[in-house]
Design a protein around this ligand. Structure first.
Ligand code: GMT
Length: 386
């Protein structure tokens, strides 16, 4: 029979606005709500982590700036902090989100500890750790090693599972556990948010949210928006998880200054999700695209590029409009269809919401992680260096 006692879980993730950190924070909060003790280890407190949550602890990693190092080192202090926390709090599991450098540091921490005090290491791949860094010969061997040495690996989509096998040639099993999302309560009303953003009566709000990395192809999105006629029909809101500065010039050049509103570092994303009528995403690659799921939970339909794991999240013409990557003409055409057709928006949005609650709810997905932890703990084999 499987051990059902609450677990002590260490989560290492990026604390900034980015899907992997957001997912890891949501997972930790939910695991704590289900009775487990959860320790976050990172260089800052994760942005979306609720400071009020019981059984959730945060352990900062201090980064030194020794003159000897031309570049500051994070991996070693992280591994030492992980080992310290694992030993002091008798962690059962270290769950590393994003391979670089988190899985590497977790493996190092596990190996530093006495064999009978070693937590198991579960590594979750989120996307660019495979699709970008996994192609880089300067990283790939280290990523492959950290994954082979993990006690279990998960990927957030079937696409990412296959890409990881293809690019890294891993022999080890990869478990697919999709992203999940259940919205928190919005703080402001839909009307207040739209008013604050300057959305006029009868106008539609097109929303994009991301960390604006080059892979998001904000240039393609802006070019598509510039192709849309009758600008009085809509307002575009960009929630920027990074500086929008590099794109400001393009906004002006395309004559979009009166159409595009940018908000950097918003506190409650649900305020904006509930206020949106259409989402737009133009990424060249996306292992899942948590933002599409976030909008789907508010029955907001999206136009997106048909790349990576996105068709696992939403289906073309059923719950979204999916278009080829890098094609601003196609993005504009799909946005135009949605802007002009309230019935289509309603149909796709409702289908996206149903799919989200059936396949990607917190209640459905988090137990998959719990089951994996327990399975690995019950069958653990001490993985040691050859
Ligand atoms: O999309 C980003 O640039 C952020 C990135 C991250 O690692 O934080 O997001 C990745 O993880 C998310 C959560 O699992 C996925 O929903 C995103 O699709 C994935 N991004 C990419 O694959 C580009």
């Amino acid at each position: 029979m499987m051990d059902e006692r609450p677990l002590r879980i260490g989560i290492v993730c990026y604390p900034s606005v980015g899907g992997s950190g957001i997912l890891a924070s949501g997972l930790g909060e939910e695991l704590a709500a289900r009775g487990h003790e959860v320790h976050f280890i990172s260089y800052e407190r994760p942005v979306r982590l609720n400071p009020e949550q019981d059984r959730v602890y945060f352990h900062p990693v201090e980064i030194n700036s020794y003159e000897l190092f031309k570049y500051p080192d994070y991996t070693l202090p992280l591994s030492v902090k992980l080992a310290e926390v694992a030993q002091s709090f008798e962690l059962d599991v270290i769950h590393a989100h994003y391979a670089v450098p988190h899985a590497t540091a977790a493996i190092l921490a596990r190996e530093m500890l006495p064999a009978n005090h070693r937590p198991v290491v579960v590594t979750t791949l989120h996307g660019t750790d495979t699709t970008l860094l996994g192609r880089d010969p300067g990283y790939a061997p280290a990523i492959r090693f950290a994954l082979e040495a993990s006690d279990a690996i998960t990927a957030v989509s079937e696409f990412l599972r296959q890409e990881t096998h293809r690019l890294l040639g891993l022999a080890k099993e990869i478990n697919v556990i999709h992203n999940f999302f259940d919205p928190r309560k919005a703080v402001h009303s839909r009307e207040d948010i739209r008013r604050e953003l300057g959305v006029q009566e009868g106008q539609q709000l097109i929303l994009h949210l991301s960390n604006l990395r080059p892979i998001k192809r904000v240039d393609v999105m802006l070019n598509a928006l510039a192709k849309l006629e009758q600008r009085e029909r809509f307002k575009v809101v960009i929630l920027a998880g990074g500086s929008f500065g590099p794109y400001q010039g393009l906004v002006e050049q395309l004559g979009l200054s009166d159409t595009v509103v940018v908000r950097e570092s918003v506190a409650v994303v649900e305020d904006y999700l509930q206020a949106a009528d259409i989402g737009v995403f133009t990424s060249d690659s996306e292992s899942f695209c948590l933002s599409i799921l976030e909008l789907a939970s508010f029955a907001c339909p999206c136009v997106s590029t048909l790349v990576g794991g996105i068709p696992e999240v939403v289906e073309d013409n059923e719950s979204a409009l999916l278009v080829p990557a890098g094609n601003s003409e196609a993005v504009a055409g799909a946005l135009d269809r949605l802007l002009n057709d309230a019935e289509l928006r309603q149909r796709l949005g409702t289908a996206a919401q149903t799919r989200a609650s059936e396949l990607f709810s917190t209640a459905g997905v988090v137990p998959q992680y719990e089951a994996l932890y327990r399975r690995v703990l019950s069958t653990r084999q001490i993985v040691t260096f050859k």
